[in-house]
Design a protein around this ligand. Structure first.
Ligand SMILES: [Zn+2]
Length: 370
């Protein structure tokens, strides 16, 4: 394990700024008669307390989150930021959702997309997951920083990674919580095979209502807004997206999440963009049909890569390898690599020297370093 990673705390400055611009901020409820002023939780004066409303749902954040208008006599002011810090995970005890007071529940409008406060993303930000530990084996610190910040990677107390799904408007839809073997980089599944989701944990602890309307988006979708000019590449797994993104940052790498993750609804955000799909082994047919559908619907320029279909051996096929597995598998074999034909930047060059399998990928994906 590399010590620099354990000591490094993610700097989310850029992402945060962007997300704040994308999101509507929380605000103090405007005065619209007596019903909008409440009893102060501190001095207990009636109609002296103004609640903070969620900038998106326009509902109270919590009955205690607000400001007393008796500023000098009482001075109670509980900000949304402080509330999320107090009640949710911190760097040292990330993802502990216990003791979080329930939100005032109000019926969710049909079709309203469920949203999780961004503070959960911030407070889970960490390099301490086993997934990151695995990546340390072959990524440089700078690359790690780059992907960590771009994708807002988080960690739980038990070193699971959190793959947040933040949509193109900056709304946090949910987070996928996954455990990896830090040595092999393989996923460690629950016995049931079920995936842990942040929205489920928040439902259990009463922070989100039971009827929270989950609508998943692409992993990495917020990057479409941050980098409007970049071309898009879509893979199936979050792990592949992260690894590919660290090697080819000139593209926006999105993960569909699973084989069926390329839904027409989700693909709205691809409108008028250049997109290449990199289906996993065995997914080519299915994604090919999807590509046709998406092209028709959204007027985007879609290319379907047959890289894995062409390159994979029968054994690879049996294992159902994805692009990430492909790179990693190459690392541990003594396969002959193509001669270095291109001139790469010193950074990439030194990466290639340490890991010649990268060349296979570079040649295979036919990507140019720009
Ligand atoms: Zn008061």
């Amino acid at each position: 394990m590399l010590p620099h990673v354990t000591n490094y705390i993610l700097n989310y400055y850029n992402l945060q700024t962007t997300i704040y611009i994308l999101q509507t901020m929380h605000y103090l409820q405007k005065y619209k008669g007596k019903s909008t002023r409440h009893q102060c939780p501190a001095c207990e004066t009636n109609q002296s307390f103004t609640l903070y409303l969620n900038g998106d749902t326009h509902e109270p954040i919590n009955t205690k989150v607000g400001k007393c208008n008796r500023e000098t006599k009482c001075g109670y002011h509980y900000t949304p930021k402080q509330y999320f810090i107090d009640n949710q995970m911190s760097q040292s005890s990330s993802m502990s959702f216990k003791n979080v007071p329930s939100l005032q529940k109000s019926p969710i409008r049909v079709g309203q997309v469920g949203k999780i406060p961004f503070s959960y993303v911030q407070q889970s930000a960490s390099y301490k997951s086993n997934f990151i530990r695995f990546l340390c084996e072959f990524l440089a610190v700078e690359q790690m920083k780059q992907v960590g910040e771009n994708y807002a990677l988080g960690a739980t107390k038990s070193k699971e990674v959190i793959f947040w799904q933040i949509d193109i408007t900056g709304k946090v839809r949910t987070g996928k919580i996954m455990q990896y073997n830090p040595t092999t980089g393989k996923r460690i599944k629950h016995q049931s095979g079920a995936i842990d989701w942040v929205h489920n944990k928040l439902k259990k602890s009463g922070v989100l209502p039971e009827d929270f309307n989950l609508q998943q988006c692409f992993f990495g979708e917020h990057l479409l807004k941050i980098y409007p000019e970049k071309s898009i590449a879509i893979v199936e797994s979050e792990k592949s997206a992260i690894i590919a993104s660290s090697l080819f940052p000139d593209l926006i790498w999105l993960a569909a999440g699973n084989l069926n993750g390329l839904s027409i609804e989700k693909c709205q955000v691809l409108k008028e963009r250049d997109v290449t799909l990199y289906p996993d082994l065995g997914a080519y047919e299915k994604w090919s049909l999807k590509a046709t559908e998406i092209k028709k619907q959204y007027n985007c320029n879609i290319i379907l890569s047959n890289l894995l279909e062409v390159e994979a051996t029968d054994i690879d096929r049996e294992k159902g390898l994805d692009i990430a597995d492909y790179i990693i598998a190459e690392l541990s074999t003594k396969k002959t690599f193509p001669e270095i034909q291109k001139t790469f930047s010193p950074n990439l060059q030194s990466m290639i020297e340490r890991n010649k399998a990268l060349l296979v990928l570079i040649n295979g994906l036919q990507l140019e370093e720009t």
